[in-house]
Design a protein around this ligand. Sequence first.
Ligand code: ASP
Length: 341
Amino acid sequence: MKFKLNYSLFCVLIFTCMAVYGQKKYVMVIHGGAGTILKKNMTPEKEAAYIADLTKALQSGYEVIKSGKTSMDAVEAAIHVMEDSPLFNAGKGAVFTHDGRNEMDAAVMDGKTLSAGSVAGVTVIRNPISAARAVMEKSEHVMMVGPGAEAFAKQAKLEIVDPSYFYTKERWDGLQKAIQEDSVKTVLDHGNKKSMKLGTINKDYKFGTVGAVALDKSGNLAAGTSTGGMTNKRYGRVGDAPIIGAGTYANNATAGISCTGWGEFYIRNVVAHDISAMMEYKKMSVADASKAVLAKVGKMGGDGGLIAMDKEGHVAMPFNTEGMYRGTVTADGKIEVLIYK
Ligand code: ASP
């Protein structure tokens, strides 16, 4: 049978090619926390500092991907920049617990192998994201907590610091304010809603769990999240970030996801895995699945946001707060950083 290319078929082909070619292919997406981030509360200096550090994080991640290394290397590199910055609630800049300590949580997941690692409640590891990666790569476990995780990090030759390294005046003042307001309530590092259980939140307009999702040249996805959790937290409280499937998840078949927000709601909704499941079982796009799951969180009273990227390099960055520090880089190195709605 002779194939006859008629005019309409030809047009459909051309338009399809244009649409596919015209779509941006992202290789990395990051966040630096969601919350009551309003332009009117921001000084130009502070805004510039956030933009500079988010850009630096994206650049580091991009260089890694460009050099042909793995998406896991890129996630770790980008998160190191944000953990080392005092602007974000992770590593240096982590919020204080009720007892005046910095207890950090972090997780990573590899989308190709579905390997994962996480640490919770650690106080002396300079870069908790590297400890999470070490748990994944150098142990047969997925999650380690407290002193055990710290002993393991030492053994893995990660940088150990004195807990005073994590002190920042801004976070310390935030704790004093929270204690003054109500010593038994936990203050979230984001949001401004009231909760029957947790009390009034976010009087100090500070935000900043950090996260990254990357896609490398071999088409593999990786995701990571790192946080100091919530100001004034007690009793060894652990948030969603180090819980695989809640705050962090990656699967080459669907997407890589990192969340930021009111951790308890993200745990109860198993947010990151739910997005992946919707994509896998309902064949939803990364944008639709992310939106649908965040809507469930919002309906329950939780607030926050998330970043997600699928294996084709499509990204979603939804949030139900006033703002979310976030940024992307495309395969050709174009960086975009956004803060407000
Ligand atoms: N999700 C984090 C937690 O609940 C906090 C945050 O994203 O700012 O620990």
